[in-house]
Design a protein around this ligand. Sequence first.
Ligand code: 5GP
Length: 122
Amino acid sequence: MSYDDNNVFARILRGELPCRKVYEDDHALAFHDINPLAPVHVLVIPKGRYVDMSDFTENASDAEIAGFFRAVGRTAERLGLKEGGYRVLSNCGRDANQEVPHLHVHIFGGANLGPMLRRRDG
Ligand code: 5GP
């Protein structure tokens, strides 16, 4: 899939839409999810134009990849989640129901999050 410059996270990066910022550096921006699914639910996005995790890991530079994942850790630390723990998740593509076609990592925390996925029958 080619990158859509009008996706909502691209617009947040350009400052066209507001966000509740948690952390920002040269490689990444972290902000609160508009529809939180946990007491703490923050999204971390790279500044580059990457559709999803596959696009990013194939095409981003080593510096972008290192910088992005370091930003995920720093965001969790800034949110005070290191001691209690947290969950990191990235939906990639159709089967994961990815909604926004700009790579993002969800950070969930602030309570016990229960099992990772609902167990499927059969
Ligand atoms: P996905 O399903 O693609 O992994 O997750 C997309 C996430 O982006 C959802 O959790 C959704 O609530 C969040 N989201 C969608 N639009 C906006 C927005 O305009 N601002 C913020 N802060 N989050 C958004």
